[in-house]
Structure formats: C-alpha cells, structure tokens
Design a protein around this ligand. Structure first.
Ligand SMILES: *Cc1c(COP(=O)(O)O)cnc(C)c1O
Length: 367
C-alpha cells in the first residue's frame, strides 16, 4: 500500500471514454446551457431515481437553498441548526432574513424538535432543518409544528441523496428540499444542486427564479438570479447516475467494515442505523470521548494527519461560532449545549467507493 494521503472523500469519476459520446452530442447540438437536452433528461431521470415528482437543477446547492427561500417569500427569522455546513445559515442571511439557532438532539444531531417552539417569535416564517449525514430529521414532528404556527419548511438535504424512510423519499417532506451535487457529495455534477418541490406551479416559479425571473422571452416577473446548470455538467450527472447504485453499495460495505472493526475500541462511538431508513452512506463520523479514549479529538485528528489520513471535523467549528453569527443571541453556548459538545468530538473518517479494505484496516489500526 502506498503512503499517499487518504482523504476524507474522493469524487466518483465515471469512465472518461464513456463521457466522450455525451460531449459529442453536446457539440453536435451546439446547445450548452438554458434547459438543454441533457438538462431535461437529467431532471427526468433524477425524479425517477429519487422517487420525487418535481425537481429543478441548479448550478450549486447554495444557490438552490437561496432560491428555495426566495420562492417561498421567507422573511424575518428562520429557525435552523448550527451543526451543518456554513451554507445553511448563509442562504438565510443572503435572503436578508435572520438565522435563529436551535440545538440538535443527542442521537443523530438533527434539529431537536422539542426546542423549536421556544425559538418561534412573531417574526418566524420558516424552519430550515438539515438531514445531517443523510439521517432523516423527525419530519412528522417538524411538520406538526410548522402547521400549528403556519411556517414553511425547507430541508437542507445536501447529504440526503437517495435516502428513503419507510419506502418514501426523504425529499418528499416539507415544502421544499435542497440537494447538493458538489464533487464531494455522494452524487455529483462537479458543482450542482437541485430543489425538490411538490407542484408544477412551484417548479415553474423556481425555474424562473433561477433564470433571471424570465417568464417567456420578453417578460420578467420577479428579480431572479442566474443559477442554471450547464449541459456538460448535466451530461456528467447522467453518466454518474448509471454508477450511483454501485457506488452506494461500495460505501455500505466500507461502513459495515468500519463498524465491525471499531466495535471494541473504547471511547470511540459511531451513529446507530435508523429504523426503516435506506441510507446513502454519505459519511462515517466517529465521536471521540476523551476521558475514555485517553486522547482528545484534536490530538487524534493530528495524529491521523501525521500518518497521512486526512479525516475532517464535520462539523467544527459550529456555524454559530463563525464571525458573522457569533453575536446572535441564539448562538450562545448555553443555548446549544449538544451541538457544542459534539462539535468537539467528531471526526469524519475517509469514506468513498474506491477506499480499499486494506486502507480501512490501516486507519482502524491507527485508531
Ligand atoms: C455541501 C453542502 C451545502 C452546499 O452545497 P454546494 O453545492 O457546495 O453549494 C449546503 N449544506 C450542506 C449541509 C452541505 O453539506
């Protein structure tokens, strides 16, 4: 085994020779963006694969989040969690609305539904929960609260590609769900993303918003943005989609191996499987209990780096401790005890389809 660095993830690259015919077709069509043939085909195939009705492709997940909030006229305050990638709160900020942080629950680190109501004010218009690591939030409880207070629900489902709960796509819950197809995600279009919605009318609205607000050739109905996915990236997605089941199956095997090998390591824990959920094995976070393990998370993280194993501390620092948000009243450590605790314990271990058994054994050996 070589000593080249083992990174936390490695992109799923389809065979290059299989990509060339797609490019040839784009060259023949001379249609490079603006809802071309590849774009339409990818929307169709993704809707089918994911088990959702309406999907709008985007140039990245962050613009998809920003546009999702725009499409629902969200204003005032939006309830969210600090245990996520920073784009979750940034998308709220870019809509000139205020993220209000609620703590996460201690099992899967998704929003703690028992703490949502206390964070609702008369300015609250929406909840943006995150399916962290692709593990579904308590979607039924969240919907109940949303209905009671007339709030919109937009899921940051960037991690949740292909995840199903009781046979139904997790993307079918809430008003809108947002995916990311960034190179580091389970399914990728290099950069890319999507909004999933539940009516044709909403899909049209979102499609217009991502294309400057144009409705037809000469009419602009609202101030939209440019967040379109181009044909080359859509083609890359179409090809990747043919390999996604195999990739997820390989991820599953690696996660299962990690879990068997790590079972008896004192002071290191990992997440249990969720009942009735089909996972996409997007991440393999471990949690270091310093007292039991005899070493702090950061000491372990650095030790692994010395051996060229580049885990990542997803999610540390918390969004609530970044400069733009740290002075928000809801960002205080007292308001967010679970998130603050877990952010100090987590390391996401290397996980990607091409990771070998031998590499997993080496990593666990070091742990
Ligand atoms: C990756 C990610 C995003 C942002 O997606 P991009 O496609 O990189 O813009 C948003 N939220 C979460 C939770 C993510 O992991």
């Amino acid at each position: 085994m070589s000593d080249k660095p083992i990174t936390v993830t490695s992109p799923l690259l389809p065979p290059l020779d299989e990509f060339v015919p797609y490019l040839q077709k784009i060259w023949d069509n001379k249609w490079l963006t603006n809802n071309g043939e590849m774009h339409q085909e990818l929307e169709k195939q993704l809707a089918e694969y994911l088990g959702v009705e309406y999907i709008s492709l985007f140039s990245n997940g962050t613009l998809a989040l920003i546009t999702a909030l725009q499409a629902l006229n969200v204003a005032g305050e939006v309830i969210t969690t600090p245990y996520s990638f920073v784009a979750t709160s940034h998308s709220i900020w870019w809509n000139k609305t205020t993220p209000v942080f609620v703590d996460v629950e201690p099992q899967f680190f998704n929003i703690d539904v028992s703490k949502i109501e206390a964070a609702i004010t008369e300015k609250t218009t929406a909840i943006m929960p995150v399916h962290v690591y692709g593990n579904p939030c308590d979607v039924d409880a969240i919907q109940k609260i949303a209905d009671k207070y007339h709030l919109k629900v937009i899921y940051d489902a960037a991690h949740a590609f292909g995840v199903r709960k009781e046979g139904n796509s997790i993307l079918n819950y809430g008003d809108l769900s947002v995916l990311s197809f960034h190179a580091t995600k389970v399914f990728s279009t290099i950069e890319g993303g999507a909004v999933i919605c539940h009516s044709e009318e909403m899909k049209h609205h979102i499609d217009n918003l991502k294309n400057f607000g144009f409705r037809g050739e000469t009419t602009v109905e609202e101030p939209g943005i440019n967040a379109k996915l181009n044909e080359v990236q859509a083609a890359y997605g179409l090809l990747n989609l043919r390999y996604i089941d195999e990739a997820i199956a390989k991820r599953k095997k690696i996660v299962e191996l990690y879990k068997i090998l790590l079972r008896d390591v004192r002071g290191i824990s990992f997440l249990p499987d969720q009942e009735n959920v089909i996972s996409n094995y997007a991440y393999f976070p471990i949690f270091v209990n310093e007292a039991e393990y005899g070493m702090s998370r950061d000491a372990l993280y650095n030790k692994l780096r010395e051996h060229n194993i580049l885990g990542r501390r997803y999610f540390y620092p918390l969004i609530s401790s970044f400069e733009p948000y740290r002075n928000y009243p809801s960002a205080s450590v007292e308001n967010l005890p679970v998130a603050n605790k877990i952010a100090k314990q987590v390391i996401c271990m290397p996980l990607y389809p091409e990771l070998s058994v031998c590499e997993v054994e080496k990593i666990v050996g070091l742990l």
